[in-house]
Design a protein around this ligand. Sequence first.
Ligand code: 5AD
Ligand code: SF4
Length: 462
Amino acid sequence: MAQTPEKTFYIETFGCQMNVHDSEKVIGTLLAQGYRQVQTQQEAGLILYNTCSIRDKAEQKVFHRLADFKKMAQQGKKFGVLGCVAQQEGEKIFDRAPHVSIVCGSASYRNLPEMLMQIEAGKQRVTGLDDRETDECFETEFTSRSNPHRGYITIIEGCDKFCAFCVVPYTRGKERSRTSASVLEEARRMADAGYTEIQLLGQNVNSYCDPSENKRFAELLAAVGEVRGIRRVRFTTSHPRDFGRDIVEAIDAVPALCDQVHLPVQSGSSRVLSLMQRLYAREQYLERIAWIKAARRPISISTDIIVGFPGENEEDFEQTLSLLDEVGYDSVFSFKYSPRPNTPALKFIDHIPDQEKARRLAVLQEKQKQIQSRNNQKHVGEVLEVMVEGHNPARGQWIGRTSQNKVLNFTAVDGQALLSGSYAQVRVTQAFPNSLVGELASGSAEVGINHFLNSQSRQLAF
Ligand code: 5AD
Ligand code: SF4
């Protein structure tokens, strides 16, 4: 009897943490469908690209890859485009790359098993595209997480904010929250499997609202922080408009919540914020920063900034620079404005030359580097807890991450070996703009409470 050929897939992911986690869910779904994941395109029968379209550059990368597909199509391989470019371009992808078989946006991943079966049965093309109508979340029964210590949980999908520059409301559909019961169950299963750190994900976690119990984000955050075995909880990303004081109170009250808030501001000028349809002015943003700074915990603050948004003049830009000083961010993700399809800002005249956007970006990044140097210098002499993430043999250093999400590279005495995923107390001896350096404080390497208990029973996919 002829053997059924083995089903293999290769997946590559572009873009943000949401996409990274979506790929973990897609991988879990394919494994459950009897596929085996392989590490190269050559070995795979099905090649998937999970794409990003947040900025023009990310999207161009995807189209270059689509061109590469062509050469491999003769070998009988199937190709799938997932994620934001799939949702944005839809069936136009088939015109540009006729060898593609699957086009599927993130709001349709729950239909993947059905779509795969159709392809296996010989159908040439299948599409899963959302029209912002869905009320469903993609439940994560089969998630296959790549890191055994630290993992993501989606709490809310989509976005209803419609900032003028942003493509997300068109690529990820309308806002929909998971029930807190489902989130907490996933957190407990992760703790049972040995995870000690959880990162709650959503385009706008602050507008989370439990569809069954009316639980708000701060309550869910605190509840996840109280799950037995979970030592660290982070969350991203926050919209300033919905960022309530109760989140800071939760961080103060629940030890497992990390000393970290990512609060994208986008611009320091109220005039530009209004053009961006961000729904807050500089003063309201600074009010939230004041709440965070008034916390008993040393909460680290990071942000996202766009330079060169249509209409941004030199004075607006100066206001963004002054905001950097006023807040004293520990990290800033900064971007040149890039026009995106469907967005309201497409109608504005993008009058700022690319060269000028690049200049503003460089000025901003140089200023921020100095701020980070100063901030990090204050840690020298402190003893900080890190989760051990790995080892750098070339430098003879262990790589750790602090509660504030700072990288802390450190040495241990006499070549002592540490386990990835364990926790250690480290004395900081040096500071750089993007990392800290230190040494293990004597005799303090400590393994996460349930690390040993569960490491043997840990499953890759659940
Ligand atoms: N151009 C440049 N940056 C953008 N971002 C979102 N859309 C655009 C765009 N069109 C940035 C914002 C957002 C981050 C994830 O990406 O700063 O917070
Ligand atoms: Fe985009 Fe604004 Fe929604 Fe964030 S809040 S995903 S920037 S539309």
